[in-house]
Design a protein around this ligand. Structure first.
Ligand SMILES: CC(C)(COP(=O)(O)OP(=O)(O)OC[C@H]1O[C@@H](n2cnc3c(N)ncnc32)[C@H](O)[C@@H]1OP(=O)(O)O)[C@@H](O)C(=O)NCCC(=O)NCCS
Length: 224
């Protein structure tokens, strides 16, 4: 997974917008905000993170307002997506109901999550105490409905996690994972990334059944 932490708010939102409607720009973002309950929590997560990065004098009120908005957008979408979660550009959520993400999980760029997906912590209770692990999803990962990805599960770039899988361990890049317990049952020939946001250096252009979206203005791995 590439480091996308230095991308600006506008570049991340532009990439999210491409994932939802195939285009970026102010018009599409406004239309998605007005009419798409699944885009709104992704947008307000970005807003909270942008507010948290403001100078101290502005941070308090900006973060409070954006956290209130984020609470509302999550409730309207029926999901828990904490604003602290590290999420790469181009997150696409489908249906969304029942999605639960831990705030310490890490999600790469161009990730696709269906309804009922859990990306959560797992505690190992040892004689020395509780040891908690959090999952990492690489760039271009696709996660089907009701899959559970917990603990030290690191999902390699461009992998596919089938519906109802339970994954607790790392899987390599381009793995096709199914079942409970989740097992690698094959290799992904072509990653499944509907409307991929083109990111400089990611190589994420091959998609199943869809053309890559147009380049997002100024979208690159550099700081925004
Ligand atoms: C994981 C997935 C992407 C694999 O797709 P695929 O590569 O086309 O795989 P196939 O359908 O050819 O199935 C291959 C084998 O895996 C099994 N399999 C497929 N998906 C499975 C899953 N989620 N869990 C367990 N086994 C699964 C099939 O039964 C088949 O087994 P067999 O070889 O013994 O007959 C797909 O099955 C999946 O889970 N998609 C989710 C789609 C969905 O939920 N859509 C609704 C959205 S609202």
């Amino acid at each position: 997974m590439q480091d996308h932490s230095t991308l600006s708010f506008t570049r991340k939102v532009g990439a999210d917008c491409v994932r939802y409607c195939g285009r970026s720009g102010l018009g599409p973002v406004v239309r998605l905000l007005a009419g798409n309950r699944l885009f709104r929590p992704v947008f307000t997560l970005r807003l909270c993170q942008a507010a948290a990065a403001l100078p101290a004098v502005l941070r308090g009120p900006a973060l409070m307002a954006s956290r209130l908005l984020h609470r509302w957008t999550q409730q309207a979408a029926g999901m828990d997506l904490p604003w602290e979660t590290s999420v790469g550009p181009g997150l696409r959520i489908l249906h969304g109901w029942g999605l639960v993400v831990n705030g310490s999980a890490r999600i790469g760029a161009n990730v696709t999550l269906f309804h009922g997906v859990t990306i959560g912590q797992k505690d190992d209770i040892t004689p020395a105490g509780r040891v908690t692990h959090y999952p990492v999803l690489g760039d271009g990962v696709w996660v089907g409905p009701n899959a559970v990805i917990i603990g030290a599960a690191e999902i390699g770039d461009e992998s596919i996690v089938g519906a109802l899988s339970v994954v607790t361990r790392p899987v390599p890049r381009r793995s096709l994972v199914t079942g409970n317990p989740g097992k690698v049952v094959g290799e992904v020939a072509i990653p499944d990334i509907p409307n991929p946001a083109p990111l400089a250096g990611s190589g994420l252009s091959a998609v199943r059944g869809e053309e890559p979206g147009p380049p997002v203005a100024g979208l690159s791995a550099g700081p925004g």
